[in-house]
Design a protein around this ligand. Structure first.
Ligand code: AMP
Length: 215
């Protein structure tokens, strides 16, 4: 299975992608995760990427394509992969075509998680985490017992820079302007596109995805 998991930020691509990866026994390759790893490790690439990520902008294609080339060429991706967060614009989709041609592979499908903007904003801008123990909350869906305090260790909860509402709004604008046209690109190329409602419960969405991808 060679799959692109598509959808706006906050659509649940990470959660659904991890479940699909287990189901099909293939790796989930998330460019966002690869970038966050580089940021944590403090590499030059991480330092460059961070400026864009904090502002809700796309990281330059050259940086991303290096990461993707390496990940898709790795041993673990030989039987297939689930791409999460890539391609984010038409230039990246064109570059992916070139990488896949080189590897003698073809895309099987693009699965799109559809989620309305209001829910995206609640999901992302509502996220809080504990800097002490790493516990994660959502003030709308999984609030802590005491507002602003961690249930586990009592630490003061914080909101990540790229989770601020203004930044989320901007990420949505970037998605509409730069990422959504990628769907038309694949439609024209004749790749199967499966749309799934991403606003329900995790296990229901997963079942719909698996069903859509097996038919
Ligand atoms: P994500 O976890 O996929 O939402 O990505 C978090 C951030 O990493 C994005 O807001 C972008 O700044 C950056 N990023 C992730 N994937 C890409 C990509 N394919 N192209 C450009 N920037 C990306």
């Amino acid at each position: 299975m060679h799959l692109i998991l598509f959808g706006p930020p906050g659509a649940g691509k990470g959660t659904q992608g991890a479940l699909l990866a287990r189901h099909f026994d293939i790796p989930r390759i998330s460019t966002g995760d690869l970038l966050r790893e580089a940021v944590r490790a403090g590499t030059g690439l991480g330092r460059e990427a961070r400026r864009y990520m904090d502002a809700g902008e796309l990281v330059p294609d050259t940086v991303i394509l290096g990461l993707v080339r390496e990940a898709l060429g790795s041993e673990s991706a030989q039987r297939g992969f689930i791409l999460d967060g890539f391609p984010r614009n038409v230039a990246q989709a064109e570059a992916l075509d070139g990488i896949l041609r080189f590897l003698h592979r073809r895309l099987d499908a693009v699965a799109v998680l559809d989620v309305p903007d209001e829910l995206v904003i609640k999901r992302i801008a509502g996220r809080r985490s504990c800097p002490n123990c790493g516990a994660v909350y959502n003030i709308h869906f999984e609030p802590p017992r005491t507002p602003g305090r961690c249930d586990v260790c009592g630490g003061e909860l914080a909101q990540r820079g790229d989770y601020q509402e203004e930044t989320v709004q901007h990420r949505l604008e970037v998605y509409r302007a730069q990422t959504e046209p990628v769907l038309a690109y694949y439609e024209q190329a004749g790749v199967a596109i499966q749309y799934v409602d991403g606003s329900g419960k995790v296990d229901e969405i997963q079942a719909q995805l698996v069903h859509a991808l097996q038919t």
